[in-house]
Design a protein around this ligand. Structure first.
Ligand SMILES: Cc1cc2nc3c(=O)[nH]c(=O)nc-3n(C[C@H](O)[C@H](O)[C@H](O)COP(=O)(O)O)c2cc1C
Length: 434
C-alpha cells in the first residue's frame, strides 16, 4: 500500500483573502478579527483530517519598502494581524482532533511566559498544542521589544537552544503524578512533586517551577522552519515537524535527506520528525480553468510587484525601492531570512522578473489543475521525495478553502493517500501515526 501523506495549513490570523476579490463578504473582510472566519476555516481542515493548522506570526508594521509603511498597510502584508497565542485556544475549543500550532519567537518572549501559554493551550486542547519555534528576522520587530536590532543570525539559534532547554525544564518541573487530590489529608497538589528549576544560563534565568501542571502531551509538538545550516541543525535536534519552502523535487529531497542525516547524527530516529513542504495548489473545475488562474498569477500587476518586493523587503530588511527593478540584482546580503533571500534571487535575473515568479515559484512544483489531477501529481512528487507531507499555503475565501478541504483532499482520499479519519486525539499521535 502507498504511504500516506500528512497535511498542515499555513494559516494566518489576519485578513487572509483579497478583501476586494470575488467570493468575499464585505462584513467578513472587515470583521475577521472576531475569529469566526478562522473557526470555520479550522473546522473545514478538521473535516478533511489535517494534522495541524500552523498559525504564522510576525510582530511589526513594516516600513521595509521605501522607508514607508504604505505598502505594508495598503496591501495588508504584515498588519493587521492578531496574536496566534490568543486565537489558538479559541480554535482549540472549536475542534477536537486537529493540532493547533502557534508561532512564537525565542528572540522576544521570556521562556517562562511562553512555556505557560503553550502548556495552557495543551491543557485546553487535550494535547493538541504545538509551537512553531522562530527566531524572528526583522529589526523592526526587535524594536518593539526594546532592542535596537535583532541578535546576529547564528546567535539567535544559540539563544533558541537555551530557550528550549528552559521551557522543557519548566514543563518537566511538575511530576506526572503531582496532582493527588487526597481527600483524607486535604491535599490537592503534592508539593514534593513540584520542583524549582533554578536555571541560570548564558541568556536566560528562571527559578521555576511552572505554576501549571505538566502539559498533557508532556512536550507539545515543536514545528520549525530554519533553512540555513544553523537553522537546519536546530530543527534536526528539536523539531517534530519541519515546514520547508524547498523548491523542486531535487531540492525537497536534498532538504529531507539532510534533515534525516542530521537527526541520526543527533541520536534521533528520523521518522520522529515529519518534513512538510509548502505548496499553493491552483485548482479549477477544468484544466483550462486552473491554467487561466495560473496565468493570471504569473503576470502580476504593479500592485503584485509591490506586494512581492514589499514582502521581501520586510523579511530581509533590504529596501528594494532603492534597486532598479529592471537591472540584474546587485550583491545582496541579510541578517534576516537568509534562505528566503537566496531563493528569491534565483527566481529571476532582475527584481521585476523575480517578483513576477514569486507568487507561483515560491512553492515549486506548483500544482495546477482539477482536484483529481493535482492529487495525483502531489502523490507522485511525494513518492519521489520520500515523504512526509504538504503544508497548504494561501488562505482564501470559503470557496477557496473548500476547494482544498473537500475538493483536493477528497481526491487524495480517493487515492488512499491521506487519512479519512483521525488516528488519535493528540497532535503527536496523529503526526506519528504513519
Ligand atoms: C514555510 C515557512 C513558514 C515560516 N513561518 C514563519 C513565521 O510565521 N514567523 C517567522 O518569524 N518566521 C517564519 N519563517 C521563517 C523561518 O523561521 C526562518 O527564519 C527562515 O526560514 C530562514 O531560515 P534561517 O533562520 O535558518 O536562515 C517561516 C519559514 C518557512 C519556510
Amino acid at each position: 500500500m502507498s504511504k500516506k501523506m500528512h497535511l498542515g495549513w499555513f494559516m494566518n490570523f489576519s485578513r487572509s483573502t483579497a478583501w476586494n476579490g470575488p467570493w468575499v463578504l464585505e462584513s467578513e473582510a472587515r470583521e475577521w478579527m472576531n475569529g469566526d472566519y478562522h473557526i470555520d476555516w479550522v473546522r473545514s481542515m478538521e473535516r478533511a483530517g489535517f494534522d495541524f493548522a500552523m498559525l504564522e506570526d510576525s510582530s511589526m508594521v513594516s516600513d521595509g519598502y521605501g522607508g514607508s509603511m504604505e505598502a505594508d498597510l495598503k496591501y495588508s502584508l504584515y498588519a493587521p494581524k492578531g496574536d496566534p497565542l490568543s486565537i489558538a485556544p479559541v480554535l482549540a475549543k472549536a475542534t477536537s482532533n486537529i493540532g493547533i500550532i502557534s508561532t512564537a519567537s525565542t528572540s522576544f518572549y521570556p521562556p517562562f511566559l511562553l512555556a505557560r501559554s503553550i502548556a495552557t493551550i495543551d491543557h485546553l486542547s487535550g494535547g493538541r498544542a504545538g509551537w512553531n519555534i522562530v527566531t524572528s528576522s526583522e529589526d523592526r520587530a526587535a524594536q518593539n521589544f526594546g532592542l535596537d536590532k535583532l541578535y546576529e543570525h547564528d546567535e539567535r539559534y544559540e539563544r533558541a537552544d537555551e530557550f528550549v532547554e528552559v521551557v522543557e525544564k519548566l514543563w518537566g518541573s511538575w511530576d506526572e503524578d503531582a496532582l493527588v487530590m487526597d481527600r483524607e489529608t486535604g491535599t490537592y497538589v503534592d508539593h514534593t512533586k513540584v520542583h524549582p528549576i533554578h536555571h541560570r544560563g548564558k541568556y536566560y534565568g528562571a527559578r521555576g517551577p511552572l505554576n501549571l501542571l505538566r502539559p498533557p502531551s508532556g512536550k507539545p509538538v515543536y514545528c520549525q522552519a530554519g533553512g540555513s545550516p544553523r537553522g537546519r541543525q536546530f530543527a534536526a535536534e528539536h523539531a517534530d515537524t519541519i515546514i520547508s519552502a524547498a523548491q523542486g523535487i531535487e531540492d525537497m529531497r536534498e532538504f529531507r535527506d539532510d534533515i534525516r542525516a542530521r537527526m541520526l547524527r543527533a541520536g534521533r530516529n528520523p521518522d520522529t520528525c515529519k518534513v512538510m513542504f509548502i505548496t499553493m495548489p491552483v485548482l479549477g473545475e477544468t484544466q483550462a480553468d486552473a491554467d487561466r488562474k495560473y496565468e493570471e498569477m504569473k503576470h502580476p500587476t504593479k500592485a503584485g510587484v509591490d506586494v512581492a518586493l514589499g514582502h521581501m523587503g520586510a523579511l530581509t530588511e533590504i529596501d528594494f525601492t532603492t534597486i532598479d527593478v529592471d537591472k540584474p540584482f546587485p550583491e545582496l546580503t541579510t541578517n534576516g531570512h537568509r534562505t528566503t533571500l537566496e531563493k528569491f534571487l534565483k527566481l529571476g535575473r532582475t527584481p521585476r522578473e523575480a517578483a513576477g515568479n514569486w507568487s507561483i515559484r515560491y512553492t515549486d512544483p506548483t500544482f495546477v489543475g482539477t482536484p483529481e489531477k493535482v492529487a495525483s501529481e502531489m502523490a507522485r512528487v511525494f513518492d519521489e521525495v520520500g515523504g512526509d507531507g504538504f503544508l497548504i499555503a494561501g488562505g482564501g475565501s470559503r470557496r477557496g478553502i473548500t476547494e482544498i478541504t473537500d475538493g483536493l483532499v477528497g481526491a487524495l482520499q480517493q487515492l488512499g493517500r491521506v487519512r479519512t479519519s483521525y488516528d488519535s486525539d493528540t497532535l503527536r499521535g496523529n503526526l506519528m501515526a504513519f
